[in-house]
Write a protein that binds this ligand. Structure first.
Ligand code: NAD
Length: 365
């Protein structure tokens, strides 16, 4: 689903913008330009059948406009699938600001961006993403109320993301091992940052045998000492004998190289875009008898936390909803096995089915 065809500059004439939008049925694009502040941004609304399109704003030094367009189309569509499979009444959207987040930020730029978000009158709700900080979002919020994840509101989504990841991991264990207990299971967590550390906490409470890796030595040492987790090397993590591999740092770690090395029965982690090439590696994982928990269904705790903020729901509600990721993943895995189709394809189908069926009772905004 995420492999939207890469479009080169030279293909511009062959690939006009609306043609690209229609490729995956995007509803609306808003191109934003403001010479006074240097703002150049694109807001993509993929689908609003389930509700307003929610997705973060990314600030990135794209090589060219086509790359930015490609990214915002791909990411906004991904948000439609994530929000749908999580049972949320939210559509999918995303925004990209083209520029260097270290040198180009200013109050004026973000307030101008906020005005553009506001012009969509709630059809798109924004949040933080790569390159954006809470203080940037505070500036956006000066011009629009359609912002979530602000300081003092729903707070850090990472504990909820870790909870959902942990519950989905247990659902995979139920199918693979016949019991959802992770006690004594050898679990390798790659990256013990915000989500990874909370995941380690859940696993430690359940008595799992935990292995961790991280590029940041002080974090690695602290988490290892606090939870009794064993440290493994950055590359060694792909070779150890383990029951569960939990990528919580980088994308694309399931690839030709690692697949020939990974010695595990389950892959369940919070990182985004774990399969380097969905079509190839999603199938290859299945062929190896590994259960892969589709990343966007497993790590939906973050967006669940945002949804709670949008709807004025409590953190208890968000935690309960994250617990439901157990059932979602269990259903995906069982259906994958009965239809003999990779889990990522089943997740996509389930997300599309919900949008399609709710579409019969609701019209787009
Ligand atoms: P983070 O930056 O807090 O943590 C990532 C950790 O990975 C850091 O400690 C970093 O040092 C480590 N790391 C980087 N490269 C590494 C490598 N090669 N090997 C091992 N460790 C490495 O990020 P986070 O918020 O914990 O998010 C982790 C992943 O989960 C990301 O892919 C993110 O997109 C995804 N995700 C996060 C949330 C959330 O709520 N925070 C929600 C959905 C998805």
């Amino acid at each position: 689903m995420f492999e939207v065809k890469k479009i080169e500059d030279t293909d511009l004439v062959k690939n006009p913008v609306i043609a690209q939008m229609s490729q995956y049925d995007h509803e609306q694009l808003l191109f934003c330009n403001d010479n006074a502040t240097g703002l150049k941004a694109i807001i993509a609304v993929h689908n609003t059948i389930l509700g307003p399109a929610l997705g973060g704003t990314r600030m990135w030094t794209y090589a060219n406009e086509m790359e930015a367009l490609n990214d915002v189309l791909r990411l906004s569509r991904g948000m439609s699938y994530k929000n749908s499979i999580s049972g949320l009444n939210l559509g999918g959207g995303k925004a990209v600001i083209i520029g260097d987040s270290r040198t180009m930020k200013s109050e004026a730029l973000f307030r101008r961006f906020g005005k553009f978000v506001n012009s969509l009158a709630g059809k798109y709700i924004t949040a933080e993403d790569v390159g954006i900080s809470p203080s940037d979002m505070m500036w956006v919020n000066m011009e629009t109320d359609h912002v979530v994840g602000l300081p003092g509101k729903s707070g850090d989504p990472s504990p909820v993301t870790a909870r959902g990841t942990y519950m989905g991991m247990k659902a995979c264990a139920k199918v693979q091992f016949g019991s959802d207990s992770l006690s004594g299971k050898k679990v390798a967590v790659q990256g013990v940052g915000h989500v990874g550390e909370y995941l380690v906490e859940f696993l430690a409470k359940e008595g799992a045998d935990i292995y961790i890796s991280d590029i940041h030595e002080p974090t690695l040492k602290r988490v290892s000492e606090k939870y009794g987790a064993k440290v493994v090397g950055l590359d060694e993590i792909y070779d150890i004998d383990m029951d569960i591999y939990a990528p919580c740092a980088l994308g694309a770690t399931i690839n030709d190289d690692t697949l020939s090395r990974l010695n595990c029965s389950i892959i369940a982690g919070a990182a985004n875009n774990q399969l380097k090439m969905e079509g190839v590696h999603g199938q290859a994982v299945m062929d190896k008898g590994i259960i892969y928990a589709p990343d966007y269904a497993l790590n939906a705790g973050g967006v669940i936390n945002c949804y709670a903020e949008v709807k004025g729901l409590t953190s208890n509600w968000a935690n309960e909803k994250a617990n439901d990721i157990y059932t979602t993943i269990h259903n995906i895995v069982l259906r994958s096995q009965s239809e003999n189709v990779p889990t990522y394809q089943i997740a996509n189908k389930m997300a599309e089915e919900r949008i399609s069926s709710i579409g019969k009772v609701k019209l787009p905004l």
